[in-house]
Design a protein around this ligand. Structure first.
Ligand code: AMP
Length: 478
């Protein structure tokens, strides 16, 4: 089974041994929203790799002692992961470290290969034994095999790129080099910057650069590989322009943090614009606009600005709900523990409620009932994305089509199912406007895939369902 990865990746390269682990720790904290199942850091101490990775949030895995156990080094790579279910998760923690004939390599990956199944069978038939179910190990295998005949690690990576299809933003580390790569479509974001002290930093999102005091230099271009060696960064562009650029539009809608800038477009501005578009195309007569924290807030602001309906704080998210808070087996409604209504803001009012997406419809239904109990008179739900209709093969965890509510019901039927007085989605054709570019992948909304996709039924069914229920059990998901 191929495992989709919504993850955060981070890498550090400095001239002198530095506290690379601490930089990674702060970087991972800033990327925690991209994955809460597991995290890890691998430090390169003069060619020797020391690693620490486990299931849990960054603050749980990297206690003071755990951080102190990592040596100083000139390089490090780190990863935070939105994981899978059950026991396999621990094995799938990243970064992956592999020992191969020419040395050692650590690799961290965000994305999902669309040809992972085919590559994996081919490798298995030629004798490969896999320890994990993640695509990252497949990439590591291909790179190390290519390394047998390639003159350098970067040549091996370049040759591997000829075989990989789909989404891969990577940071990888050899004994002497830190390398970052973005796939030729640029499905997932990746950027780099530098601290005042001259340390190079690579991150999934620019918010993580700022967290370690680094200034954003630029995004890694689709298809580009940057090698941070002893002499400074070197860009290789032989895969640039080989495929049309297709940044995942869901990065702007949901994944990324609003204070990040991806490919020159502020995530906050994209969400505010989505709200403005919703106000124009899906107007409502209402007294207050409220957003579902966190990813609905910016769009709610945009809706309010465009419509002139006052913005209100109608829902409060409890920041302290961690996985340890909810005892296993407790059957309390988790949305209620995580979100509560501000009665003062909604009682007797006609409310526009903005959320970023509806997948199965369960979260929306629960939030609406909380608002009704708090006395909301009417609730007009607006969604800052179009209806989810198709599976994603590039790392967005979308449920199987049987469970996607928009595949089974009309907009009015969904409104009735979640208990809304009206429901409006973002029109599909407004997505390029939101992203500030036409170079986007929106296959989960329109079914137009930029690559060949796996055959029907290949390892996808009900994954979202399993993951959400697993996350719910652990108290991570709403
Ligand atoms: P549902 O209850 O199934 O309709 O899920 C909707 C909620 O899940 C929304 O509030 C979203 O913020 C969140 N969501 C949507 N897509 C994803 C995803 N790929 N991974 C995790 N959460 C998601």
């Amino acid at each position: 089974m191929s495992i989709g990865e919504e993850c955060g990746i981070f890498g550090v390269r400095s001239g002198d041994p530095t506290d690379a682990a601490a930089l990674c720790y702060y970087g991972l904290y800033a990327l925690q929203h991209r994955g809460q199942e597991s995290c890890g850091i691998v430090v390169n101490d003069d060619g020797l790799f020391a690693s620490r990775k486990d299931l849990g949030l960054v603050g749980e895995v990297f206690t003071e002692d755990a951080l102190a156990s990592l040596p100083k080094g000139t390089m490090a790579v780190a990863h935070t992961r939105y994981g899978t279910t059950g026991n396999t998760s621990r094995e799938n923690c990243q970064p992956i470290v592999v020992n191969h004939q020419k040395g050692r390599m650590a690799i961290a990956h965000n994305g999902n290969l669309s040809n992972a199944g085919a590559l994996r069978s081919e490798l298995e038939l030629s004798g490969a034994i896999f320890h994990t179910s993640s695509d990252t190990e497949t990439i590591a295998y291909i790179v190390t095999r290519e390394r047998l005949s390639a003159p350098s690690i970067e040549d091996a990576v370049s040759r591997a790129m000829d075989r990989l299809e789909g989404a891969y933003s990577l940071v990888l580390m050899s004994p002497r080099k830190l390398i970052c790569v973005r796939d030729p479509h640029g499905f997932r974001p990746l950027c780099f910057g530098r601290t005042a002290g001259g340390t190079w930093v690579v991150a999934s999102e620019s918010c993580a650069l700022r967290a370690v005091g680094a200034d954003l230099i630029r995004d890694v271009d689709p298809g580009e590989m940057i090698i941070f060696g002893p002499g400074g960064p070197v860009s290789r562009r032989e895969h640039c322009g080989r495929a049309p650029k297709k940044l995942c539009v869901f990065e702007y809608i949901y994944f990324a943090r609003p204070d990040s800038v991806i490919d020159g477009r502020s995530v906050h501005a994209a969400r505010v614009d989505a709200g403005r578009i919703l106000a124009k195309t899906r107007p409502a007569d209402a007294d207050v606009v409220i957003g579902v924290p966190d990813s609905g807030l910016d769009a709610a602001l945009g809706y309010s600005r465009e419509s002139g309906i006052p913005y209100g704080i109608g829902l409060i998210k409890n920041k302290y709900v961690g996985r340890t808070f909810i005892a296993p087996g407790e059957r309390r409604d988790r949305v209620r523990i995580k979100l509560s209504a501000v009665e003062e803001a909604v009682r007797g009012r006609r409310v526009v409620l903005i959320d970023d997406s509806i997948v199965r419809g369960t979260t929306g239904a629960r939030i609406l009932s909380i608002l009704r109990e708090a006395g909301a008179r009417e609730i007009h739900m607006r969604v800052s994305a179009p209806p989810f209709l198709y599976p994603c093969y590039y790392g967005t965890d979308i449920d199987s089509q049987d469970s996607l509510i928009a595949c089974r019901k009309s907009v009015d039927e969904i409104a009735a199912a979640i208990g809304a007085d009206s429901l409006g989605y973002l029109p599909l054709e407004s997505l390029p406007g939101l992203a500030g570019s036409r170079d986007i992948c929106r296959a989960c909304f329109d079914g137009v895939y930029p690559t060949a996709v796996p055959a029907e039924g290949e390892g996808r069914k009900n994954r979202f369902e399993q993951r959400l229920s697993e996350r719910e059990k652990r108290g991570i998901a709403p």
